[in-house]
Write a new protein. Sequence first.
Length: 200
Amino acid sequence: MSLSMPIAPLTEKAADKVATLDRLRQAARELFVDLGYHETRPQDIAKRAGVASGTFYLHFADKQQAFLDFAEQAQNELLGLMSVRLQSVSGSRARWRATCGAIIDFGEENPGLLPAAFIDPVFVAPNDDNAWRMYDRLGHLVSVTLKNEVRVEQFDYELISHGLCGLLRHAIIYASRRDLDRNKMIEDLSRFIDRGLAED
């Protein structure tokens, strides 16, 4: 006999609240990417979401909280994509190929989202531990990619992870300007990273 209780469906009021939050999040995402943090106002987010200005404050204490929520949502999307791409992939170079491909694809499909979601939180909220916690998620890139593959204890993986994110960011910009072949770019980057992290 199961002791778990069935999950009750959302009431109409609760469903409306969830739908409103989704619209505010989508509006915030568009404005923060298009205009940046400083040029985006709470009333602009509410207007784009099609709700009254006061409704914004029923969901977020202020613009900073809305921005950190936006950044966390975007990070979760990228990490979810990486997780899917890395499933059933073995071998460190193949896993780096999957990781680089996920980051590049995510950046291309969501222009401006990567720097806004991963770098800007600490500039927007330098005294907020939550902003630094989100920034520190970058530091898990190597561990997530290598998982059960060979680990080289001499490296500070968090340091290397932050460095790799900068490398990938600039590589994506360069490749876009030069119209480089996507597959060759991924192969070159994954080979370079894999060799750099190989055991001596």
